[in-house]
Write a protein that binds this ligand. Structure first.
Ligand code: PMP
Length: 435
């Protein structure tokens, strides 16, 4: 019999000292019946507090493109630290990193480093407001941009903002936040008729990873570009998930639409707190000291995290086969899951893009396109699947809004084991009538 007492004891301790037991609400695992407490992690695996070795598809919600504790990102860190971990002054490697990023993403004419995706998006929005002299922002339901005021309200991931008052979001901020349906330009047009003249920016995940995996329909991003130009607003691409995971040029290189501003995080820092935002030089010029918008941070651009980002880019630039191998692994996982679902006569579309794989417990001939459709996913079925997979030694995200992230550390055997686990899990669920 599996002894799970250590994890349970640790969760009791966590709950009595951390608010809600966690530093980020999703980690409590409420939708799936409880948290997993982790002891350590390596490669494609985490070891939980009770010693279970789990194939990890959570991958810390996306940053760990190379897997846990990749040698390129852990080797000789004492030497990096010995040169000083924080200067409070601009340094050469920070400049070189910005140059490298701009080499991959030419829309980043000017860049600022921050410490989290939240900070990057929050700052990009302030820049857009100052540049346009307008207050309102149009966003899409089911996209997630971090935990600052204007990013919540109908956000995806595990945000669950319960309206302005109870969520601690000022009513004024809610009035300046216009939420539209993803992939629905008619809805955007309706909003623009009412609010176009006071719109500072349209902010969008160019491929969404926060309501499951959702692709933009052909013409959607191009349509947003044309509309922002027409109404005099900026277009912000939130590439915190897609940046470097979908290729070194991000989603924007693939779709050919140039945003005015871009936000980056997650993969860029390789699991360390580093993020960035940037865009057109003329727009970024509103930032102090050139302009009047203050934005900055004690830890921003620190040499330690910058070193990690260089190492990550060294790996990606030095091995042009790495992302294609991950794409092939993603395809293998997606195909395996499709066959596991077919074996149980279940019609849930499996979606795949590079190293991201996803399916919802929602019967349909086509993948969901927006948050209304994502919310039709059967949460109880997902919770049962999560628990069955955990019992099989596979760690999934504790919410159906999240996706499966592969890393360079996952091997074909891991994927094949996962597919077998899914077959057994789904068959047991079928027997019990859960699906
Ligand atoms: N934007 C997107 C698209 C994200 O997925 C996230 C995090 N899941 C954020 C912004 C916020 O990043 P962070 O958690 O680093 O603040």
């Amino acid at each position: 019999m599996l002894d799970l007492t250590r994890g349970a004891d640790l969760w009791r301790r966590a709950s009595s000292v951390l608010a809600g037991g966690v530093d980020s609400p999703v980690r409590a695992g409420k939708p799936v019946g409880g948290p997993v407490m982790v002891r350590e992690a390596s490669g494609a695996y985490v070891i939980d507090a009770d010693g279970r070795r789990l194939v990890d598809y959570l991958m810390a919600y996306g940053p760990l493109l190379l897997g846990h504790a990749h040698p390129a990102l852990t080797r000789d860190l004492d030497r990096a630290a010995a040169r000083g971990t924080l200067y409070g002054c601009t340094h050469e490697e920070e400049v070189r990193l910005a140059e490298r990023l701009r080499g991959h993403m030419p829309s980043l004419e000017r860049i600022r480093f921050t410490n989290s995706g939240t900070e990057s998006v929050m700052s990009a929005i302030r820049v857009a407001r100052a540049f346009t002299g307008r207050d309102a922002v149009l966003r899409f339901a089911g996209n997630y941009h971090g935990h600052f005021d204007q990013a919540l309200l109908d956000a995806g991931a595990s945000a669950n903002a319960a309206g302005a008052g109870p969520s601690g979001i000022p009513a004024g901020v809610a009035r300046d936040t216009i939420v539209c349906r993803y992939n629905d330009l008619d809805h955007v047009d309706e909003a623009l008729r009412a609010h176009g003249a006071r719109l500072a920016a349209i902010m969008v995940e160019p491929v969404v990873g926060n309501m499951g995996l959702v692709h933009p329909l052909p013409g959607f991003l191009e349509g947003l570009r044309r509309r922002t130009e027409r109404v005099g607003a900026l277009l912000i691409f939130d590439e915190v998930i897609t940046g470097f995971r979908l290729g070194l040029g991000g989603a924007q290189a693939r779709c050919g639409v140039m945003p005015d501003l871009t936000t980056l995080g997650k993969v860029l820092g390789g699991g360390y707190p580093l993020a960035a935002f940037g865009g057109r030089a003329e727009v970024m010029a509103v930032l102090a000291p050139e302009g009047s918008v203050f934005q900055g941070g004690t830890l921003s651009g620190n040499p330690f995290c910058v070193e990690i980002a260089h190492r990550l880019l060294d790996v990606l630039e030095g091995d042009s086969g790495l992302l294609p191998r991950m794409r092939a692994l993603g395809e293998r996982l997606a195909e395996g899951l499709r066959s596991a679902l077919r074996a149980c006569d279940l019609r849930y579309p499996v979606v795949h893009d590079e190293s991201i794989v996803d399916f919802m417990f929602r019967c349909s001939d086509r993948p969901h396109r927006n948050y209304d459709e994502a919310k039709q996913g059967d949460a109880a079925a997902y919770a049962a699947f999560y628990q069955e997979m955990l019992a099989e030694g596979v760690l999934l995200a504790p919410s159906q809004n999240e996706v499966m992230f592969l890393s360079a550390a996952h091997a074909e055997e891991d994927v094949d084991r996962t597919v077998l686990a899914a077959r057994s899990a789904l068959a047991r669920m079928r027997e019990r009538g859960v699906v």
